[in-house]
Design a protein around this ligand. Structure first.
Ligand code: SAM
Length: 335
């Protein structure tokens, strides 16, 4: 296959240029909506991609047109060879970025700079220390909060991702937006999504419409500015006039952005997922280890991608529990 081949173009003519790679299944937090209470069955170490395999697979995707790679997990910074992985991937000439809970990020700032990484997404679901401990089952709010502002100070483009869950943190929408007053950060509110064991229920979602209603109650229409969303953007972007940063809503559930989806996901144990909502996976690691070409597997997986939400064409289909009990927990997919 040549670099002009279209193995990354699906049957709905979507071109996949963005690969998200999960580096590890383990995490140093235990977010209740991400990891089931009883924990998860971890893949044996030998089933996880080595850094050489990550590099080989990523290089192949780049050859076929991927221009952006995001590293996620689990928590990417607890992987022991994160430095080697970042150095290797930084040679591919793509936009390289990471999603992290920021707990350890202060130790990695020189490494991130060496590897030309400028965009960091940090997950933070509450600005209240007790609530943070409740949702993450760890008492680490101060460290995370401090590290977010350290990243900003060090010149990184920081997006703070906050999953909103009704009855838990929807009363913090305005507090999060206020963070953007003095800091050039982007706060992104994410609709709660269903995965195995995360006790999802449609009634727990704080929808795009509800989020914007809260914003309109607080700020006058004249001060809420709709920003232009970039192509393939999952977020609807806004800012409050005069504020340094901005905010956005990722409405994966109530208002999905499947038409412009350009994303593929590779799990830490080498399974390709063509959609976050889909339980279907394609094993590329076993074939790679057997010395077989993985391009036909990738092509088939891309071709099979559903037009909308992994085949859940309407929101009622999302309510069928068996649909997401077959899907992995988010911690082993990599959000
Ligand atoms: N450990 C890293 C972190 O905390 O950002 C990376 C992995 S974490 C699985 C990636 C993202 O997935 C986080 O922003 C998290 O909030 C999001 N996430 C996990 N479960 C989710 C769910 N049920 N609905 C929406 N987003 C979810």
């Amino acid at each position: 296959m040549t670099s002009n081949s279209s193995i990354l173009t699906d049957s709905h003519n979507r071109v996949h240029t963005y690969l998200r790679i999960s580096l590890i299944e383990r995490c140093n937090l235990r977010c209740t909506y991400c990891m089931p209470q009883q924990g998860i069955k971890l893949s044996p170490r030998s089933h996880l991609m080595t850094y050489e395999e990550i590099f080989e697979i990523a290089s192949l995707f780049v050859k076929h047109g991927v221009t952006k790679i995001r590293l996620t997990g689990g928590e990417p910074f607890i992987r022991k060879d994160i430095d080697v992985i970042l150095h290797k991937l930084s040679t591919l000439g793509v936009e390289l970025s990471v999603t992290t809970n920021a707990l350890l990020i202060d130790r990695f700032i020189p490494l991130l700079k060496e590897c030309g990484i400028t965009n960091i997404n940090v997950s933070l679901d509450s600005l209240d220390s007790d609530r943070f401990s409740h949702i993450t089952r760890r008492n680490e709010f101060e460290k995370v909060y401090k590290n977010i502002f350290l990243l900003v100070k060090e010149g990184f483009n920081v997006k703070v991702n906050s999953v909103l869950i009704k009855g838990f943190n929807e009363d913090e929408i305005i507090d999060f937006i206020e963070l953007t007053k003095q800091s050039p950060i982007v706060v992104r509110f994410i609709e709660f999504m269903p995965f195995d064991g995360n006790k999802w229920d449609l009634s727990k979602i704080v929808s795009y419409a509800a989020i914007m209603e809260s914003v309109r109650e607080e700020f006058s229409a004249k001060t809420i500015e709709k920003l232009k969303d970039s192509p393939n953007d999952t977020a609807k972007n806004y800012k409050i006039k005069g504020y340094r940063g901005s905010f956005a809503v990722i409405s994966s559930v109530t208002n999905p952005f499947c038409d412009t989806c350009n994303r593929l996901r590779l799990t830490a144990n080498g399974q390709l997922k063509n959609c976050l909502f889909s339980a279907k996976e394609s094993d590329i690691l076993t074939s790679l280890r057997n010395g077989d070409s993985i391009e036909p597997i990738i092509q088939k997986a891309v071709q099979k991608k559903f037009k909308i939400r992994g085949g859940m064409n309407n929101i009622d289909m999302l309510k069928e529990p068996q649909r997401h009990s077959q899907n992995r927990s988010m911690i082993t997919i990599g959000g």
